[in-house]
Ligand binder design. Structure first.
Ligand code: TYM
Length: 331
């Protein structure tokens, strides 16, 4: 039998997910399940690079698992697991740390942004964050990594590290490719379309959460920043409207051109009203399933336990090879 190609991706359990996470990442994971051997992780080790309340982290981790399932990930088809349940991630990260250059890590945009926010006493985990991400990906001999645009630079680092290791020792890691969709890879803030939509935005009108109520969704879209041109056009000169069209297209499945045509000569308020309904009805089945899974904690536990078993098995094969090549005596 021909081996299926491998897909790896993850989301941090650091609070509620935005529709940016959904459109840019999770939505694209679903269709890959049938064709590829997919590993989807809840990356809790990554999330502690910023302060977390332990109680909330536990809660957010389970909630994220329920969101994964509600969005359509099927544990019969893919491996869903919690990163800290698979020690190989931290172990490979250590080896890769010893091969990572401080200069390259210092140039990571996300690190620069996050460390600026933190100010003094930036923790070392924030600095080596992308190395852990490289370990995640490389452990599974991943071919494809479906992510949003903001993760592209981290993916390049993962490729560099894989090549560096392969050249220093011998071919060990597959070189992974990012899978970044042209549309929806960077959903912008509703309040400032020059900025990425982010759950850590201090203005809650800037983002829509997957679990937002219909009223909240309607209100946030009504307040979304647009422009004075008054035409529903997908253009860089109208970044606010462009972003709303992308969201419309992602939830309705309609093409950008169809949406432009439909709203030709119509004002923004009609467009926004319709968009709100498209988003509300797109999220409704996800929210319903989410509530169902959150009431079935035993089931959630069985999913992450089974996922960890397979993830441990697969990742340890790579880790053993790495340890042997580096010169560690076999356990
Ligand atoms: P995280 O948790 O910040 O985001 C999860 C995914 O959502 C995408 N995303 C967006 N896409 C479009 N528009 C937006 N506004 C938007 N905001 C977020 C992100 O690109 C990401 O795909 N480092 C990763 C998690 C991670 C990972 C990995 C991903 C850890 N190890 C290995 C892939 C492979 C992160 O912080 O994602």
């Amino acid at each position: 039998m021909e081996e299926r190609k491998v897909v790896f991706s993850g989301v941090q359990p650091s609070g509620s997910l935005t529709i940016g996470n959904y459109i840019g990442a999770i939505r694209n994971w679903i269709s890959l399940q049938d064709e590829y051997d997919c590993f989807y992780s809840i990356v809790d080790l990554h999330s502690i690079t910023v302060p977390q309340e332990p109680k909330n982290l536990r809660k957010n981790t389970l909630e994220l698992l329920a969101v994964y399932l509600a969005c359509g990930l099927d544990p019969e088809k893919c491996t869903i697991f919690i990163q800290s349940h698979v020690p190989a991630h931290a172990e490979l990260c250590w080896v890769l740390n010893t091969m990572s250059y401080m200069g390259q890590l210092g140039r990571m945009t996300q690190y620069k942004e996050k460390s600026q926010k933190v100010g003094e006493n930036v923790n070392a985990g924030l600095f080596t964050y992308p190395v852990l991400m490289a370990a995640d990906i490389l452990l599974y001999q991943t071919d494809l990594v479906p992510v949003g645009e903001d993760q592209k630079q981290h993916l390049e680092l993962a490729r560099d590290l894989a090549e560096r290791f392969n050249n220093k020792y011998s071919p060990t890691f597959k070189i992974p490719e990012p899978l970044i969709k042209k549309e929806g890879a960077r959903i912008m803030s509703l309040q400032n379309p020059e900025k990425k939509m982010s759950k850590s935005d201090e203005n809650e009108n800037a983002y829509i959460l997957i679990l937002d109520s219909p009223d909240a969704i309607r209100r946030k879209i009504r307040r979304a920043v647009t422009d004075l041109k008054g035409q529903v056009k997908y253009s860089d000169e109208q970044p606010g409207i462009k972003n709303l069209i992308e969201i419309y297209s992602a939830f309705s499945g309609d093409s950008i051109e169809d949406i432009e045509k439909r709203y030709e000569g119509k004002g923004y308020s009609q467009f926004k009203e319709d968009l709100a309904e498209v988003v509300v009805s797109g999220l409704a089945p996800i929210q319903e399933k989410y509530n169902y899974y959150m009431k079935n904690k035993d089931y959630l536990e069985s999913v992450y336990k089974k996922g960890a078993e397979r993830a441990n098995y697969v990742s340890n094969k790579t880790l053993r090879k790495v340890y042997r090549k580096v010169g560690f005596i076999e356990r």
